[in-house]
Design a protein around this ligand. Structure first.
Ligand SMILES: Nc1ncnc2c1ncn2[C@@H]1O[C@H](COP(=O)(O)OS(=O)(=O)O)[C@@H](OP(=O)(O)O)[C@H]1O
Ligand SMILES: [Mg+2]
Ligand SMILES: [Mg+2]
Ligand SMILES: [Mg+2]
Length: 425
């Protein structure tokens, strides 16, 4: 039995303990190197360590995804077995499962399995057949490689490598149903998997929901460009640009992790942590704010790349009717939420086809980050998104509208009302 002590009382660790105590126990066993990072806990104003752990887990996941994306972009024959398709023909990769297992392991270690409820996009079924062993082995090695680096991110690492069955269990455990009561984490291990396999934008999104409300959100955007203009360049050109500007260690080359806590009145951004340097979270984090542009003529709106995911025709009509003149910024994944939160775009709109039900993991982290950065996010009626009804955003009226300010937001809602009946949606 393992024991730990708080205020002279000794507890066996199976006893349910508040999350913050459990986290302190992890801190107490830290190496000197790790303590350096943990000592900066104040940067997160995070009594229970939840935001800090979430940010570090997402930082680690960004590194994992970068390695897999690099491998995916190798010439055919060198990248086999890293991706496959689900029953709905959407892509899924080694990174989607490996990030889910990694985050599941980190949260369970830091806060105790019994206190950790997670709802996440992927399930373990495709990894559980005899034919899937080669795929599972790629996931296993990706997770173990990532967890080896955990102490360098200021997180505990496993004593020995995790085995296949443990990893399948970690993925399968993320099967919470959510709902109106209690606390649960929401994870999209790779959002914008299509962008990811194409070498383009994608995000890792983690949020915590308490009694139906999002209380913290973290968005990892490993390919977020150094210059906002480059958000527009897809794939090949983007890779060309990357080649023209080789990474400078320690600088804001590309990639960021955004985070916010409900009611904090601030959203933050960190660069991707560079493991060749000493971690300095306090110095590297910056406050982000939405744009102050309220004139539609100067505003940029962003939307999904794929027409199948959102009607480009309808949003073009809305943009025109409110006086938005610029071309839409089409970006894969929740990087669109990040662009609005960082002030690089003023509007994000998504109008999925009738019958499609939006899932909470595609929005939770982005919504809280935009709100805390000063923006507004609602459905097309102007109602808040409802994260209390399980996996889906039940009751969502028509589409999602995120704006940097209330004025732009109101104009778009009015434009939706004026044009909805004549649309084919
Ligand atoms: N038909 C349809 N309509 C609307 N949305 C859908 C649809 N199908 C899937 N999805 C979800 O959209 C997520 C990707 O959204 P994006 O904004 O990145 O779309 S796009 O790739 O830029 O077009 C994508 O997230 P990931 O699966 O994590 O990539 C899906 O959850
Ligand atoms: Mg998604
Ligand atoms: Mg996903
Ligand atoms: Mg998917």
């Amino acid at each position: 039995m393992v024991y730990f002590t708080i205020n002279t009382v000794t507890y066996p660790i199976q006893v349910p303990v508040p999350a913050r105590w459990r986290w302190r126990r992890v801190c107490a066993s830290a190496t000197a190197e790790n303590r350096l990072a943990w000592a900066q806990e104040s940067a997160f104003r995070d009594r229970d360590g939840e935001l800090e752990v979430a940010v570090k887990a997402v930082q680690m996941a960004c590194g994992l995804c970068q390695r897999v994306q690099e491998a995916l972009l190798l010439p055919a024959g060198h990248n086999s077995g890293l991706k496959t398709s689900k029953d709905d023909r959407s892509p899924v990769t080694v990174a989607d499962w490996a990030v889910q297992a990694t985050v599941s392991w980190v949260l369970s270690q830091c806060f105790g399995e019994e206190h950790t409820s997670i709802i996440a996009e992927e399930d373990e079924s495709a990894l559980s057949t005899a034919e899937s062993t080669p795929l599972l082995d790629l996931v296993v090695s990706s997770v173990n490689r990532c967890l080896t680096e955990a102490p360098r991110y200021g997180l505990p690492g496993p004593e020995k490598e995790l085995r296949r069955n443990e990893i399948v269990e970690l993925i399968g455990r993320c099967n919470s149903r959510g709902g109106p009561k209690g606390r649960f984490w929401v994870l999209d291990p790779v959002d914008g998997t299509l962008g990811f396999v194409r070498g383009d934008q994608y995000a890792i999104a983690l949020a915590l929901i308490e009694d139906g409300e999002v209380v913290l959100g973290v968005l990892g955007c490993p390919n977020y460009p150094m210059k906002k203009e480059w958000l527009n360049y897809h794939q090949r050109y983007y890779r060309l640009v990357s080649k023209l500007s080789p990474p400078e260690f320690g600088s804001w080359h590309k990639g960021c992790v955004l985070y916010a806590r409900k009611g904090g009145g601030q959203a933050w951004m960190q660069p991707l942590l560079d493991l060749t340097q000493v971690l300095d979270l306090e110095k590297s984090a910056r406050v982000i704010q939405v744009s102050s542009v309220s004139d539609p003529a100067s505003a940029t709106f962003c939307e999904p790349v794929e027409k199948a995911n959102s009607s480009h025709l309808f949003t073009a009509g809305l943009a025109h009717s409110v006086g938005v003149r610029k071309q839409p910024l089409r970006v894969y994944s929740m990087v669109k939420y990040a662009a609005v939160a960082r002030g690089h775009a003023e509007i994000f709109m998504k109008f999925a086809r009738a019958g499609y039900k939006e899932k909470i993991w595609d929005h939770a982290a982005g919504v809280i980050i935009i709100q805390e950065a000063g923006g507004v996010v609602t459905d097309a009626r102007g109602s808040p998104l409802d994260f209390s009804k399980g996996v889906y955003l039940e009751g969502l009226d028509r589409g999602i509208i995120a704006c940097s300010g209330a004025l732009l937001h109101r104009r778009i809602i009015e434009a939706v009302d004026a044009s909805w009946d004549s649309s084919n949606l």
